[in-house]
Design a protein around this ligand. Structure first.
Ligand code: UD1
Length: 419
């Protein structure tokens, strides 16, 4: 099995280009099911989760053609299967995103209950309730969600909690429903906006994406489009934290600073000098040790839960004490146990991790437990004394495109090994 071997100590320096956003690519690829016309999607990141989504689409009869410039053409003109089997869904919770599009276009869908990251219960009740409110018959039996409808009907849906994929699933379903759907307390993440723009390109009538009220007026059918996926803000944030932890100076090209405000604020608090332009971010730590920061995760535009593990790693070796409160997912502190094995002084009290920065982390064999936890461990390895071996990096490969190459470009000593 592949592992990452990291020799800590190098200060990150140089320039890299940020990839397309995983969390936009997945719903957009699922959204291609809404139309019989060919669709081109550009800036698609080469990630395990994207490969899983493409395999899922192909298993339904969708034709996917790859071009060499990260563009793919998807043709869902001939969908034979309206089913997402457990074997595919279990590795990636976002497979639930095919439920809304399949049901809206074909009037039937069967999707396994998802697995995915082991970061808490992560139910899909709000996806199911929303589709029921739109008139679908939905039953959950034998581990599958089975849904049927003649045609979905517009509805007013108020989400109990802000859910990103829940908002996306219902927004997609509503594009082909009869009448208007209003989604209240909707997720405001940039990836929701990117999906809305993609759907609008296909002819959907959507307004308010990026606010907490999204309105969708259903149309009879959607057509083709050519869409470029927005940059991955979590990938960008992860490399910025790496620079801050190593006292480095890096530049990220093809990124979107306006989507990283909460993260940039915390990096500045940690002592980083940051410059931004329309599509780049430069960070300079001037060789200093970071100062510990307090963080509370919340839905966008708040501090993203997907950046929490990376800041835990930063606090682990920062000057002072920092608290990290996780409000979105219970059980999202598995990286803390591994960081402790590298010498970190972190105590978990309920949903808060209290980190007392140590002067140096020390290398250890560590195990990735979920996607972002694994990023935190890689960053810790960059600073640790000695060689850190990160196991189970298929988690890293779900969400980071060629992480060892990009970190290598920035001067880190990191390689992929098979042992
Ligand atoms: C998405 C992101 C993930 C990110 C998360 C929170 C994708 C593919 N994944 O995950 O990277 O960490 O948003 O920003 O975009 N909930 C319910 N019932 C539901 C759905 C959700 O109670 O039906 C709860 C969850 O348990 C959680 C909260 O809502 O406590 C937010 O989860 P949600 O936004 O749905 O996460 P995902 O969309 O799965």
């Amino acid at each position: 099995m592949d592992k990452l071997l990291i020799r800590g100590g190098a200060r990150l320096a140089g320039t890299i280009t940020i990839s397309g956003a995983k969390n936009a690519a997945l719903p957009i690829l699922a959204g291609t099911l809404l139309s019989a016309a060919p669709v081109v999607v550009r800036n698609v990141p080469q990630l395990n989760d994207v490969a899983t989504t493409i395999t899922l689409l192909q298993s339904m009869g969708v034709e996917v053609t790859f071009d060499d410039k990260l563009a793919i053409e998807v043709n869902a003109g001939n969908v034979r299967e309206r089913r997402a089997p457990y074997e595919l869904v279990k590795t990636m919770r976002a497979s639930i995103l095919v439920l809304g599009p399949l049901l809206a276009r074909f009037g039937e869908a069967e999707v396994s209950l998802p697995g995915g990251c082991a970061i808490g219960a992560r139910p899909v009740n709000l996806h199911v309730q929303g589709l029921q409110a739109m008139g679908a018959d939905v039953v959950v039996e034998n581990g599958y969600i089975r849904a049927r409808t003649d045609r979905l009907k517009g509805a007013h849906i108020v989400f109990d909690v802000v859910t990103v994929t829940g908002t996306e699933n219902l927004m997609m379903a509503a594009t082909l429903a009869e009448g208007e759907t209003i989604l209240d307390n909707a997720a405001r993440e940039p990836e929701v906006v990117d999906l809305a723009n993609f759907l609008i390109g296909m002819g959907a009538e959507i307004s308010g994406a990026g606010t907490s009220t999204i309105r969708v007026r259903g149309v009879q059918e959607l057509g083709g489009t050519d869409h470029t996926i927005l940059p991955d803000r979590v990938e960008a944030g992860t490399y910025l934290v790496g620079a801050a932890m190593t006292g480095g100076k890096i530049r990220l090209n093809r990124t979107s600073p306006e989507h990283l405000e909460a993260v940039l604020l915390k990096l500045r608090e940690a002592g980083a000098e940051i410059q931004t332009g329309d599509d780049f971010i430069e960070i300079n730590m001037h060789g200093k040790r970071p100062v510990a920061v307090d963080i509370r995760t919340s839905p966008y535009p708040g501090f993203p839960t997907d950046m929490q593990a990376q800041f835990c790693a930063l606090n682990a070796l920062a000057e002072g004490v920092g608290t990290i409160t996780e409000t979105i997912f219970e059980n999202r502190f598995q990286h803390v146990l591994e960081l402790q094995r590298m010498g970190a002084d972190i105590q978990i009290e309920g949903n808060t991790a209290v980190c007392r920065g140590v002067d140096k982390l020390t290398a250890a064999p560590v195990m990735a437990t979920d996607l972002r936890a694994s990023a935190g461990l890689v960053l810790a390895g960059l600073t640790a004394e000695g060689e850190t071996l990160v196991d189970r990096i298929y988690h890293v490969d779900r969400g980071y495109e060629r992480i060892e190459e990009k970190l290598g470009q920035l001067g880190a000593e990191i390689k992929r090994v098979r042992r």
